[in-house]
Design a protein around this ligand. Structure first.
Ligand code: SF4
Length: 182
């Protein structure tokens, strides 16, 4: 990842974080917080990320302990087999989730979708779960200033290009987490 691109991605992360913090500050009941892994256990499709996001994920995975990488590799391979056989579960569990603790194993390198989910909306679909939807609609006085997902993705597209599907990214052997002897 070039220094310049990396910095642009970090600026985008910071822009998102500002809106996330503002929504949390203005709504002390907001449900998205550490300990909730519902969205990580209910992906609608396998991760599809831009080039820089994939690079950041790969670097973060490569820095994990070998036993953790080994588990991630197993989950990636299972997901690849499910994609190839067109036999996807209704809800996909993210391969980077520590299912025991419910925490993200690559939190600092998590993709943009994970950063905006729960706080951003777009014309063609909102980026939040049914719990947020129910909570917001039950509060007649809520006046949420949602983040603009389209603006985020326009910027991401400019700095990092079109999304690359999970199976395309991991079709390159060098993208799979390297385990001893691999
Ligand atoms: S990358 Fe991390 S935050 Fe994003 S869905 Fe996976 S486990 Fe959750």
């Amino acid at each position: 990842m070039s220094e310049d691109s990396y910095q642009q991605l970090q600026v985008l992360d910071e822009r998102i974080e500002l809106r996330v913090k503002a929504i949390r500050n203005e709504n002390d009941w907001w449900l998205c917080k550490r300990g909730c892994d519902h969205c990580c256990r209910h992906l609608a499709s396998p991760p599809e990320l831009s080039h820089l996001e994939w690079m950041r994920v790969d670097e973060a995975v490569a820095a994990l302990d070998i036993s953790v990488r080994s588990e991630i590799k197993k989950k990636i391979n299972l997901l690849l087999m499910q994609i190839a056989s067109n036999n996807m579960p209704t809800h996909i569990i993210c391969p980077y989730l520590d299912e025991d603790s419910g925490s993200c194993l690559i939190y600092d390198a998590r993709p943009i979708i994970c950063r905006i989910y729960g706080y951003f909306v777009a014309r063609d679909g909102d980026f939040y779960c049914k719990f947020i939807e129910t909570e917001v609609s039950s509060r007649v006085d809520s006046n949420v200033v949602w983040g603009n997902a389209e603006a985020v993705y326009n910027t991401l597209n400019q700095i990092s290009g079109e999304p690359i599907p999970f199976e395309v990214h991991y079709s390159q052997a060098t993208s799979l987490p390297c385990i001893e002897g691999c």
